[in-house]
Design a protein around this ligand. Structure first.
Ligand SMILES: [Cu+2]
Length: 161
């Protein structure tokens, strides 16, 4: 009878090939960080930062492009990996770094908004399990016009692509 260890090893070996097949089958982002197009919107790049053990709050971001003729707005984000996801803006006030919670982030027609590197970011609160390098964080982003769009963030990088 195969041990649990053997089973896990086999599963680990099988995963990369499964992931390689998925983009062809899935309409949603299966490979973390891979581009998702939904109507006029294109979600791409980004990532989430690895967190130290025991940490409950994490940061991340991605790039959202709007190729359409009308403005849109990111109104909320949810993830099974966190109790809640907030939209944040980081600003400097008298040499003190402050984070402000936003009730939405505009994605104007014909423009690209990058969350990461420019103060805007996603803040993961009450994280279920600290993000580790190589994890994939599933997101559902809610837009005023485009509705819900699924995206998967890789953990490890937070580069503005
Ligand atoms: Cu923040």
């Amino acid at each position: 009878m195969p041990s649990v260890k053997t089973f896990l090893a086999a599963l680990t070996l099988a995963l990369p090939s499964l992931l390689a097949v998925m983009p062809a089958l899935a309409t949603e982002s299966a490979v973390p960080g891979s581009q998702v197009v939904s109507g006029a919107l294109t979600l791409s790049g980004g990532g989430a930062k690895p967190m130290p053990p025991g940490a409950k709050v994490g940061g991340g971001g991605l790039t959202i492009g709007n190729a359409g003729p009308s403005d849109d707005r990111l109104v909320s984000v949810e993830s099974p990996a966190a109790g809640r996801v907030e939209l944040h803006e980081m600003t400097m006030e008298n040499d003190v770094m402050r984070m402000r919670k936003l009730d939405g982030i505009p994605v104007p027609a014909g423009q690209t908004v990058t969350l990461a590197g420019n103060g805007l970011h996603l803040m993961f609160m009450d994280v279920v399990k600290p993000f580790r390098q190589g994890d994939a964080i599933p997101l559902t982003l809610h837009f005023q016009n485009a509705g819900a769009v699924a995206y998967t963030l890789p953990v490890g990088t937070l580069a503005a692509q």
